[in-house]
Design a protein around this ligand. Sequence first.
Ligand code: CTP
Ligand code: CA
Length: 226
Amino acid sequence: EQNTSVCEVLRGKRVVITAGPTYEEIDPVRFIGNHSTGLMGIEIADALSRAGAQVDLVLGPSHLKPQCSNVIVHSVKSALEMLDEAEKYFESADIAIMSAAVADYRPKLVSSEKIKREKTTEMSIELVANPDIAATLGQKKSAGQFVVGFALETAKNAVEEAKRKIVSKNLDAIVLNTLADEGAGFGGTTNKVTIIEKNGVQHPYPLKSKRQVAEDLVSFIAETLK
Ligand code: CTP
Ligand code: CA
């Protein structure tokens, strides 16, 4: 019953999803990255594909891949590459889901040679800000497009921070997960989230497998777009 209506809303819809970490090159053998596995975004891609959507998954470096062969994977490394690909598929997309753990900064200069160990006690790398992919798509969003972000917060004012990100990135909803919750966030196969709509309405969910969290998000999107 519920699955039928989810499929009715999502069949043929075009979705672009960002997932995984980004790797920001320092030199030919080193990078700045993070612990994202990409699993949450990959589960969302599979769940939407099962519901009949056409999914473009822009995936940073990850050992995982979607099970559904009809999810189109576009592999990228850096935030700049991820932005390029995401913008490309956003043009014709109905829905965008920004689940990637994008590096906020990248090295200002990328050394073409491996950096040598100098006989100094300290070294530093100058960083510059990466573009905000979610905010870029949010600003470009046209009337029919629905953009969902993620927020990983460790602070006590997590809900306020998530709401601030809805506004600053012009999102329609955000999926908040807090590292303070046991079993939520990076690395694991479970997650505990609250979906917050742009009107402030909160939908808290219990701790679930990332697959089930993906199903909940897909149901929420279908319910909202119907
Ligand atoms: N995001 C993005 N591009 C970036 C940084 C973040 O698309 N350069 C997206 C993430 O994919 C996520 C949302 O923005 O959907 C929130 O990411 P988060 O790191 O929580 O927010 P930031 O705006 O980077 O703020 P901060 O890290 O300072 O909390
Ligand atoms: Ca960030």
